[in-house]
Write a protein that binds this ligand. Sequence first.
Ligand code: GRG
Length: 290
Amino acid sequence: MDNIIAEFKSMKQYVDDNLGRYIVPEVPLLNELTESINYTLFSGGKRIRPIFCFLVGEIFGINKEKLRSVACSLEMIHTASLIMDDLPHMDNAATRRGKPANHVVYGQDVAALASIGLLTKAYEVVMADGTVSDVKKVAVVRKLANAVGLSGLVGGQFVDLKFGRGAFDQSAIEFIHTHKTASLFVASGTVAAIIGDADAAQIEALASYANSLGFAFQILDDLFDAEGNETEVGKTLHCDKSNYVILHGVDASKKRLQQYTEKALDAVALFGSKNTKLVALCQMLLQRRS
Ligand code: GRG
């Protein structure tokens, strides 16, 4: 397990090193905007989505270098969504990862542009990658756009915003978790699988793993919101309008967390011993404290 954790750390470092190369001020007039983007991009994210992408690549014999742009684009999309999510007219969170949120430091106007600029950059870096064929790039960008748009993060955020405390039900929660969280997890595995020439059954298995992992991950996040300590979790707590724990309570949520974890692990059984690191990722994510 120690070896695997060291590998995850080195993957994280690889993402950090490469992300830094993509966001550079194009002209001095844009310095503050790029500074704002880099502020959140380098404020301590775990880089889970790129790591998952690399692990799927390994299953198909694809190395990190070949997945560099795609992995970085996943982190850019994720970061863009966090910056927007924290804005006052969204979740209105003043802190993120234990630091002031982007808009608190740079203002709402700059933060909104940082989010959109970073989201757009995510597609640009994939399309500019000369090591991936045009056919695969189109499939990857299509998958990413699908995971972000109305059938992904944006749709999930909309439903999340529109359901106040007490006015939501199980189907709304499932919709929110599927779209806000699981969607980008699923895309992270799928884009690596596309580049690795996976077959339909393998893509389906990875999507199922990622979907269940995303659910388990989000339920744990909701448990942090209910039971966590703001300093340890690193963000403003108790500002969720709807979440799994508010709906089902702590004990039932812990049980569901376990069930989703088992479902995720079952889904990747078909990869045999090649699934070891995906199993480790799942265990690691569910032991996290923030
Ligand atoms: C602009 C891309 C974009 C989307 C607009 C605002 C919005 C729609 C969606 C919000 C989606 C969102 C913030 C979902 C929460 C997902 C989640 C579980 C975040 C925490 O992920 P971690 O733990 O974060 O991987 P770190 O801090 O490690 O990066």
